[in-house]
Write a new protein. Structure first.
Lengths: 71, 957
């Protein structure tokens, strides 16, 4: 549980950077790309699994969009 | 062995450069030199050494000893050749009966007040006074010792590394000038007048009581035994010298290891070393005794559980045990259940091999380096904006800077040799902007003062950078030509619109940063319009939740003002450890192969797959903090840790130790039983930088050789250990010498294509990129005509306050840092006499906070955060701002990282060491963690001391 909270926080930290970008569609793509490039598969899978069961309500909007392309 | 001359040629006065040349005649021979060259140096160029004592080529001429007199046709008198510039058509005589008489007279006077103990003198064999007596033909001293003299002067032995023997001083001023010109500390002076003149440290104090920083510049400059290394006094003069590179900070100073057989007698800075140009600091110059410290662990050891006593075994037994355990773990928990970490204290070749081991033998990308916890945001930020992760300049470039902006760095303590070069430029008139929560020495030093000190609240770097950018954009200070030619227009327009918003004005952000808008506006105007402006930054920028954003913001500032791609400007990350740059270059990060190429890039991966004969993974591996999380989850159970002490250096110590305790096989390779080794199951003895060949890459991208001056004390160099471990795991790495590893790196990495040992040996050093498209020695200045990525990319940097906020429970902010005499986790420097300069980590706090909390200097104070609690002694100082406290992390028992949290940079997971919300209270006893640490540590020392010899373990749990 603690680990999942940490992943959500890390994802939202990424989102805090990208949500300032003028083109939010591109920002979501860039945020997704960031996770793909830097997060090990266990982390990506854990985040996706958490969202599947608990929903993406805790995520910033830009990350909700980003996560869609990780599925 | 590659030895070099023990004694460098001394040209007497510094090299001058000029587009104008002058031709003159010296002793009948024509010589042509750059205008401004002294007659002394011109004579050296013509092959004639003029006798000298007060002159040396590292210092400006002084003209006091009167030994270097010459005759110039058509001129009266006997001018000093050191202070007389060569002029066209001059006819100079360096020898004549009159000159000989004058010089003998001068020498006679010197010797009349000098002890005649040459045979037993520590400088015997390396004494310029003795040499000059011979050179001038001194045959008698008519003045006895009956008159007043200094022969009975008391020797100052207070400094642990050198002595000051006033009886041998000839008052040549070289030490005083070295302290001023080379080091910039001004700790020495000549006290008294006439006969009473003597070198004096501070206000006629002992050296240890003065402001002397023990850089050794005075000792280097001294022509006699007046200032002498204690090691030379003990051992005698060295018999050979080997060129190598310092194993401390990212300046990467070149040193001569002066040797007697296989014993180091002293380390002297190499005058031709481009990073340091003959200068050093207390660490590199003197603090190398750890290499032979009695606590070195020299035998491999294994144990099944960390509660078991260690068993001392052969190399093969230890390596086979480690290999079988790591393979067992992979079989049980999966391929991705193990990984490797290297330290930035390792050579390029060693870090390259460990990432190769992980990728080719572990078959995953779980490789990381301690750059994760320091400069990984530099990699991300400069990569995104400029296209590569590296400082843009040489250190020498600072000589051309008109404005120097130092942000989140304290070069006086952490990069002292570069600091000296910077201070020299500042004394010449360059302007200084310091952005730092603390009043670091540069802000208000005795000889250097900041024009602007933006004393921001910790965690608000991005706000300050945005505010500076706002001023530059809205006051029309942009370098529009540079931007339109060199940068991506669309990205620039977005950025300009963003920073121009009122919310990013200095006035709007003042409430967050705590810095007055007026100061920010002044600093921005100075940076943008003051001429060549160079930015130097350190971990005070990167070790934040917005570390990467701040690096991007800095890169934006340099592009916006055209301060990139030219001398005296640029963006310069000051790397903490000696090979941070190299460790990053070598593909140590889990997401990229050597040369900063992502593992998902098929062409790059195919290249390495072909060379290594394996299939490589295209998905990124775990970063260090992720490894800890995975360990606690039960999916990461084994680690090979080369040279890095993650327990002491990484944040949230209790989280790290819990993770290590959860692992089934921790392999530590180190010089000492470090804090991480106390959680290890396999200990592999490391080799010090004196015991192996390799290369380090400093903050200028300069690749320099590390040369073996003695055999590895434990029998194997570190690279050989990794090769053995790979072989035991079924993968051959058939290298005979580290040069072959570099050849492989060069063959696989375009930016290193032109790097090889033969070239480095010949040129002294090279700077990457170094290939067919660069100069032979590589690239000194980056991004001259275009950025590595093509067009420079401005990126919006939204300030996001850190989650580490002050609360009623934790009302203060802790920030951490370093001190001059200690290095990183202190494993090396704590085992030297440097502990006499700093023997414990202290908590610094402002007098206002101290008064409110009832705390005085030397009181014990408890510091607690949401991560943990420790107890330190207090130091009340106005260097701090109210509300902010500070400590260092050089001693394990201090537990500085027990308090720091796992909050980290959004892009790289670099920990936010610089901002932790804490509570500080006066206490009377150690913290619970410290009590537990003492018990654990005592037990682990006992388990190592009482180790069993020879009984091998069988693998498997």
């Amino acid at each position: 549980m603690e680990h999942n909270n940490n992943l959500i926080k890390m994802a939202n930290d990424i989102g805090a950077f990208f949500e300032a970008m003028p083109d939010q569609q591109q920002a979501a793509k860039d945020a997704a790309s960031h996770i793909q490039k830097f997060w090990e598969s266990r982390m990506q899978k854990a985040l996706l699994a958490y969202i599947k069961t608990d929903g993406d309500g805790q995520l910033k909007p830009v990350m909700r969009e980003a996560i869609k392309s990780l599925n | 062995m590659d030895t070099i001359s023990l004694h460098d040629t001394d040209f007497g006065t510094p090299l001058r450069t000029s587009e104008t040349e002058v031709t003159l005649t010296i002793d009948g021979f024509e010589v042509t030199v750059p205008a401004g060259t002294s007659l002394m140096r011109a004579a050296m160029d013509a092959g004639t050494q003029i006798p000298k004592l007060c002159a040396t080529d590292s210092l400006e001429p002084f003209g006091s000893c009167r030994l270097c007199l010459v005759e110039i046709e058509g001129r009266k008198g006997y001018p000093a050749s050191c202070t007389t510039p060569a002029e066209a058509g001059m006819v100079v005589r360096t020898q004549s009966p009159k000159l000989a008489e004058l010089r003998r007279g001068v020498m006679e006077l010197y010797i009349s007040d000098h002890p005649l103990d040459c045979l037993t003198c520590s400088a015997n064999g390396d004494c310029e006074l003795q040499d000059m007596a011979g050179a001038v033909g001194l045959r008698e001293v008519r003045y006895g010792f009956e008159g007043k003299n200094h022969l009975a002067a008391v020797k100052d032995t207070s400094n642990p590394y050198f002595t000051y023997d006033a009886s041998k001083c000839i008052v040549c001023n070289r030490c005083v000038r070295a302290c001023e010109e080379t080091q910039g500390t001004f700790a020495l002076t000549i006290s008294g007048r006439g006969f009473g003149s003597r070198v004096s440290a501070g206000e006629s104090q002992q050296f240890m009581e003065s402001e002397c920083v023990s850089c050794g510049a005075c000792v280097n400059a001294c022509p006699t035994a007046t200032l002498m290394e204690k090691t030379v006094i003990d051992a005698g003069q060295p018999d050979h010298s080997v060129l190598t590179t310092c194993a401390y900070c990212g300046v990467g100073c070149s040193f001569k290891a002066d040797m007697k057989g296989s014993e180091v007698v002293r380390m002297t800075p190499w005058k031709d070393g481009k990073a340091n140009e003959g200068h050093a600091c207390i660490k590199g110059r003197f603090a190398w005794g750890y290499a032979t410290h009695k606590e070195r662990m020299l035998n491999p050891m294994i144990r099944k559980s960390i509660s078991d006593p260690w068993q001392e075994v052969s190399w093969d037994e230890a390596i086979n045990y480690a290999a079988s355990e790591l393979r067992r773990i992979q079989t049980k928990y999966g391929t991705d259940s193990i990984g490797g970490i290297t330290s930035s204290r390792c050579t390029n070749e060693e870090t390259y091999l460990v990432q190769k081991l992980v990728r080719a033998t572990f078959h995953n990308n779980n490789t990381d380096t301690c750059a994760r916890v320091c400069h990984s945001p530099t990699g991300y930020g400069l990569g995104q904006t400029y296209g590569t992760s590296a400082g843009t300049q040489t250190f020498k470039s600072v000589e051309h800077a008109d404005v120097i902006l130092v942000m989140g760095a304290n070069p006086t303590d952490a990069h002292p040799v570069f600091s000296s070069r910077m201070k020299r430029r500042l004394r010449e008139g360059a302007k200084l902007i310091v952005i730092d929560p603390r009043a670091i020495e540069l802000v208000n030093g005795p000889h250097v003062k900041a024009d602007y000190h933006l004393q921001l609240r910790p965690g608000t770097n991005v706000a300050i950078v945005s505010a500076l950018a706002h001023v530059i954009v809205t006051e029309g200070l942009l370098d529009e030509k540079f931007i339109s030619e060199r940068c991506d227009t669309e990205a620039f327009n977005s950025w300009r619109e963003f920073v121009a918003r009122t919310e990013n004005s200095p006035e709007a952000l003042e409430i967050s940063t705590g810095v007055s808008a007026e100061l920010v506006r002044g600093a921005a105007r100075l940076y943008a319009t003051g001429g060549n402006a160079a930015i130097y930054y350190g971990l005070g920028v990167t070790e934040h939740s917005q570390g990467s954003t701040a690096v991007i913001g800095i890169a934006n500032l340099a592009m916006a003002t055209g301060n990139i791609g030219k001398e005296g400007a640029g963006v310069n990350p000051l790397r903490g450890q000696n090979n941070v740059q190299g460790a990053c270059d070598m593909g140590s990060f889990p997401h990229e192969l050597p040369g900063y190429r992502h593992v998902s890039d098929n062409a790059t991966r195919n290249l390495f797959e072909k060379a290594w004969g394996v299939t490589l993974r295209a998905d990124p591996g775990l970063r260090i903090p992720n490894m800890f999380d995975a360990a606690l989850e039960g999916s990461f159970m084994g680690i090979y840790c080369q040279g890095e002490d993650i327990v002491q250096s990484d944040p949230n110590t209790q989280h790290v130790t819990a993770a290590l305790s959860a692992m089934e096989c921790v392999v530590v390779q180190d010089l000492f039983l470090n804090e991480t080794a106390k959680y290890a199951h396999v200990f592999l003895p490391g080799a010090s930088f004196l015991e192996k060949d390799g290369t380090f890459t400093n903050a200028e991208r300069r690749i320099s050789r590390v040369r073996k001056v003695m055999a590895p004390k434990a029998g194997l160099a570190d690279w050989e250990v990794t090769v053995k471990l790979a072989k035991a795991m079924g993968y051959d790495m058939p290298y005979n010498h580290p040069s072959e590893i570099m050849d492989e790196i060069a063959s696989l990495t375009p930016t290193f294509k032109g790097v090889n040992y033969e070239k480095i040996d010949r040129l002294g050093s090279v700077q990457w990129p170094c290939n067919d498209e660069t100069e032979e020695a590589g690239t000194a200045l980056m991004h001259i005509d275009h950025f590595v990525r093509g067009k420079g990319r401005f990126i919006i940097t939204q300030y996001v306050p850190t989650d580490e906020k002050v609360t009623k429970r934790f009302p203060l902010i802790l920030t951490t840092g370093r001190i001059l005499s200690q290095y990183n986790v202190g494993a090396q420097t704590r085992r030297t006499e440097n502990v006499r300069f700093h023997d414990e980590d202290r908590l610094e706090l402002h007098p206002h906070d101290a008064e409110e909390l009832g705390i005085q200097t030397d009181d014990w104070v408890g510091v607690s955060s949401r991560a943990g609690e420790t107890v330190l002694r207090a130091r009340v100082t106005e260097r701090m701002q109210p509300g902010v406290v500070y400590t260092t992390f050089h001693f394990p028992e201090s537990g500085a990282n027990v308090i720091t949290t796992d909050n980290s940079d959004w892009a790289t997971n670099c920990p936010e060491y610089k901002v932790t919300a804490v509570k500080v209270v006066k206490v009377m006893q150690p913290s619970k963690w410290q009590e537990e640490y003492k018990t654990f540590n005592d037990n682990q020392i006992h388990l190592a001391t009482d180790r069993v010899i020879g009984a091998a373990l069988s693998a498997g749990k």
